[in-house]
Design a protein around this ligand. Structure first.
Ligand code: SAH
Ligand code: SF4
Length: 373
């Protein structure tokens, strides 16, 4: 199998063998990360001969596109891995508020990329579609980085340059697609390093978010390795009993222990923690649970993100109504906890992170119907 063109070690070996000058190696990385190119033909700062030679040993990225669907707010991409698995990546466009809009075309403010870390997920939370798929394997570091390279190239082709003459590109990366990133720790860590590196993606650490169902050993490793990007904890329940019911992983990693490991993380990084709390009708949305959540987070550096549950036919759970969500939010805010309700961006088209599998099934059905026509 060919190596990817952004594999430092493979390129270093190649350069040594073929006696490629260091500045030419730098050009390769520049083409991929800064010029956002993933086609050899587009890498025009590299000579044609060298590109042809490189193409014999390397592929620019390690994923193939299976399908793309988009609307004004999101581009949903399904990638196929070399061994035939499908994974999802979502580009989310944050546009300027409409009051600033001229000619009815809101400008792009910033772009967030929601990436996958595993094929499926072994954690199997009751409410999650990805969990229902089971677990196939971890994504490699190349596959994680390839998602960002592809997205940047896609964005460049779609939007070109900003007013300041730099290219539109991914500004925020969230590990909220398929899989549990802290169960693929080493690859996640490597990918984050590449995201932060000045001569690679050069993202700010404040713009990278790891979302975890609460894998304590992973949180401890983050402290040891001082990975102080944003940490989102998928809490979803304020007590051990309910958490176990909806997240089987809570049996292994108990809520008390989880909170202790989070405290260590906060002590080491001084970072505020983002607690994700899913609003499932009559399960997680009761006022007494809001009060318990206040007690749990009392004195802790926290922000709560209330996520309206996304329904889907495979799971028999309902979505809380907005009034119940607002009441829950009021209780938290009265207690002094900053709380947001995740906006509905993309939800109408079921493009919220981790929710694309059903889209895929639907497309397949649509395609079959088309063939029948
Ligand atoms: N495994 C990690 C990251 C991927 S899931 C984690 O669980 O944190 C990304 C987010 O989507 C998590 O907060 C998850 O709880 C949430 N999610 C999963 N299924 C959902 C659903 N049906 N509706 C709304 N959010 C959901
Ligand atoms: Fe896995 Fe996260 Fe889904 Fe739970 S919510 S099954 S941890 S992807």
């Amino acid at each position: 199998m060919k190596s990817v063109l952004f594999d430092d070690q493979a390129i270093a070996n190649y350069a040594k063998e073929k006696k490629v000058q260091p500045f030419k190696v730098k050009q390769i990385f520049y083409e991929m990360y800064k010029n956002q190119n993933i086609d050899f033909d587009d890498m025009t700062t590299i000579s044609k001969e060298m590109r042809a030679e490189l193409a014999e040993s390397f592929v620019p990225i390690s994923l193939e596109v299976d399908k793309i669907k988009e609307d004004k707010q999101t581009t949903k991409i399904w990638f196929k891995t070399h061994d035939g698995h499908l994974i999802e990546t979502v580009i989310i466009y944050h546009r300027q508020p409409t009051k600033h809009v001229k000619n009815n075309t809101p400008k792009i403010n910033r772009i967030t990329l929601c990436i996958s870390s595993q094929v499926g997920c072994p954690v199997n939370c009751l409410f999650c579609v990805t969990g229902k798929l089971g677990f196939s394997r971890n994504l490699t570091r190349d596959e994680i980085i390839s998602q960002v390279l592809y997205a940047n190239n896609y964005i460049k082709k779609k939007f070109g340059k900003k007013d300041d003459n730099t290219l539109h590109a991914v500004r925020n990366v969230v590990f909220m697609g398929m899989g549990e990133p802290l169960l693929n720790y080493d690859n996640m860590r490597h990918a984050i390093q590449v995201m932060l590196q000045q001569d690679r993606f050069s993202l700010s650490k404040r713009h990278i978010t790891i979302s975890t169902a609460g894998i304590i050993p992973g949180i401890k490793k983050m402290v040891t390795d001082m990975i102080d990007v944003k940490l989102a904890i998928s809490l979803h329940a304020p007590n051990q009993d309910l958490r176990e019911k909806i997240m089987p992983i809570a049996r292994t990693y108990k809520l008390n222990d989880l909170m202790r490991s989070i405290d260590e993380y906060v002590k080491a990084t001084k970072n505020r923690i983002f607690y994700e709390y899913i609003m499932i009708k009559d399960v997680t949305d009761k006022p007494e649970l809001a009060k318990q959540l206040c007690q749990l987070l009392r004195g802790r550096l926290a922000h709560v993100n209330l996520i309206p549950y996304n329904t889907n036919p495979a799971i028999k759970l309902g979505e809380s109504d907005m009034e119940t969500i607002r009441e829950f939010q009021r209780i938290l805010e009265k207690f002094g906890i900053t709380t947001t309700v995740r906006d509905s961006m993309g939800r109408s088209v079921k493009s919220a992170c981790g929710q694309l599998w059903f889209e895929k099934v639907k497309w397949k059905n649509e395609e079959n119907e088309d063939e029948d026509d």
